[in-house]
Design a protein. Structure first.
Length: 198
């Protein structure tokens, strides 16, 4: 067990292996004929991706950003050269996985168009709630890929930029990341409301 837990790769593989066991138990009791399995599978992948994405968003905003100014100057390069690029890799790809699995889930459940138009075509409150959650999530995804990531690349020196541009880029990335933190609260409210209140 120690060999599994001392390696992140092995830990993740073990987690998915346990999920495969759960999947086989499901198949043994329910079989392939249950249509509900595919929406369930994509909901599980959507939630798993969302936990990674929002978890890293919260790590950045609640831990890294407030802590970096307290770190001695000579130790800060470790954050910018090693930790932040790794966090941002997983952060942006978790955002992509979350939006893709969410769109597939909405399509499988037959409410993709109704959610995109926020329930305006059918007046269904569930479609309004999930639609608002989806739009907030889409704005957050756009912010990650097209505002935060390009600005972080400049701020961290991953692409060439003048010092004043790097400083401005770091501030822009931080403010947009804080915007995503703010939007995550109503986004999660609408997502959970769509599943539990309607």
């Amino acid at each position: 067990m120690v060999a599994v837990l001392t390696s992140l790769r092995n830990t993740v593989i073990a987690g998915f292996a346990l999920a495969v066991v759960a999947f086989l138990i499901y198949l043994g009791t329910q079989g392939w004929g249950n249509y509900a399995f595919w929406p369930f599978l994509f909901r599980w992948l959507h939630v798993l991706s969302g936990i990674m994405w929002i978890g890293l968003l919260y790590y950045l905003n609640f831990v890294q950003i407030p802590t970096v100014p307290k770190i001695p100057e000579e130790l800060r390069p470790a954050i910018g050269k090693h930790i932040a690029p790794e966090v941002l890799f997983w952060f942006r790809w978790a955002a992509m996985a979350t939006i893709v699995t969410g769109l597939i889930l909405a399509m499988l459940n037959g409410y993709l168009v109704e959610a995109i138009v926020i329930g305006l075509t059918d007046g269904v409150p569930k479609h309004m709630a999930i639609g608002l959650g989806m739009w907030l999530g889409t704005i957050m995804w756009f912010n990650v890929w097209f505002i935060i990531w390009p600005n972080q690349q400049r701020a961290l020196g991953l692409v060439p930029a003048e010092p004043e541009v790097r400083t401005r880029s770091a501030r822009t990335a931080m403010l947009v990341s804080r915007t995503n933190t703010m939007l995550s609260v109503p986004m999660l409210f609408f997502m959970v409301a769509a599943q539990n209140l309607y």
